[in-house]
Design a protein around this ligand. Structure first.
Ligand SMILES: Nc1ncnc2c1ncn2[C@@H]1O[C@H](COP(=O)(O)OP(=O)(O)O)[C@@H](O)[C@H]1O
Ligand SMILES: [Mg+2]
Length: 353
């Protein structure tokens, strides 16, 4: 490839990369992660056998985006037979309630004692479920930046949890089982069950992480807006992903206002200028990334039809109306020139008579 030519400014590469199984969409809150992940999932559904979109953001909005209620199990999205959605509750309180049994409360206690392990376990649980399902491609609408990156440290977190548990067992094991037997409970067995369960979750997370680090299977799509904070966050995200060996070569820059569309507003013109400054910085920093520029729309992107239209622009870059108008002007100019030539011809013919 010619080194001077930047990568295509669209997500076609994701559609073409048919081995991709896990596609993460992440970035700061409110930039358009849900909109972009739903749009990408809609595009993927056209080229893949089946696609599942999972929201792991506590502020679920797949339901809002598609105007359809989703739950913690995959539901088909109306209008498709191969696109499914589920909203996972990463809130450990709820995961705990769902577990319900003794083992669950033990896990919950453990969860409380090690920072991050609660989320680690609920994510591992999701992955365990998803692994048993037959989806060709899974798109994650992730929680804002911090959360996403924590997901990737789960094996280490779980490892810590396990060793802490072993340690507690070593220190208090005897006393605990004595108290347990006084109460008529088999604490040892409960602990063994718990350990078994944690080991299982850890294996799942390790397997999954190995897949996450394989660029043939996994990629991360960053979503951002052309503003200082978002640029800064994106850079942090890109660096962390590199540190975790997770492939990332697409950045969607959303909510762009085009110069041709300011309608004479000086406020919007100032905004455009500011955005352009950051767009240039994105171009400088990420010259080997696919930078996908998405326009700010007049309306929210809600409902399947709006998502479909929006998703089209992930593949074919948006052309501002202003440019389309100038195409039209060019066309009219050509027509005018042709008519003038015809008039001249007719005048000559008339003069010759
Ligand atoms: N390019 C855009 N133009 C107009 N509205 C947008 C655009 N992108 C997203 N939105 C709207 O902005 C809101 C936040 O977007 P959302 O995708 O939910 O962000 P996030 O998931 O990052 O919090 C939603 O109401 C969505 O419809
Ligand atoms: Mg969202």
């Amino acid at each position: 490839m010619d080194e001077d030519v930047p990568p295509d400014p669209n997500l076609q590469n994701v559609l073409d990369h048919s081995t991709l199984k896990w596609i993460f969409v992440g970035g700061k809150g409110g930039v358009g992660k849900t909109t972009c992940s739903c749009s990408l999932a809609v595009q993927l559904a056209a080229v893949r056998r089946n696609v599942l979109i999972i929201s792991t953001d506590p502020a679920h909005n797949l339901s809002d985006a598609f105007r359809q209620k989703f739950t913690s199990t995959p539901n088909p999205i109306t209008g498709f037979n191969n696109l499914f959605a589920m909203e996972v509750d990463p809130n450990p309180e709820n995961a705990r309630l769902a577990a319900g049994d003794n083992e669950g409360s033990f896990l919950a206690d453990l969860a409380g004692s090690i920072p991050g392990i609660d989320e680690a376990m609920s994510f591992a649980e999701v992955m365990r479920q998803v692994k048993t399902m037959d989806y060709d491609c899974i798109v994650f609408d992730t929680a804002p930046t911090g959360h996403t990156l924590r997901l990737l440290q789960f094996p280490a977190t779980l490892e810590k949890g396990l060793s802490k548990l072993m340690q507690l067992r070593g220190t208090f094991g005897g006393a605990i089982s004595q108290i347990g037997s006084l109460l008529g409970a088999n604490i040892d067995e409960m602990q063994n069950q718990l350990l078994g369960r944690l080991e299982e979750l850890k294996t799942t997370v390790e397997e999954v992480n190995a897949q996450f680090q394989d660029p043939e299977l996994t990629t991360f799509v960053c979503v951002c807006i052309p503003e200082f904070l978002s640029l800064y966050e994106t850079e942090r995200l890109v660096q962390e992903l590199a540190r975790f060996d997770i492939d990332c070569c697409n950045i969607v820059i959303n909510q762009i206002i085009f110069e041709q569309e300011t309608g004479g507003s000086s406020l919007l013109a100032a905004r455009v200028k500011m955005q352009q400054k950051y767009l240039e910085q994105f171009e400088d920093l990420y010259e080997d990334f696919h930078l996908v520029r998405m326009p700010l729309q007049e309306e929210e992107v809600r409902g399947l039809e709006a998502i479909r239209q929006f998703s089209q622009m992930l593949i074919e870059p948006y052309q501002p109306a202003g440019e389309k108008k100038s195409d039209r002007v060019l066309q009219l100019e050509t027509e005018v020139a042709q008519l003038k030539a015809r008039i001249a011809e007719l005048e000559q013919a008339a003069a010759g008579q």
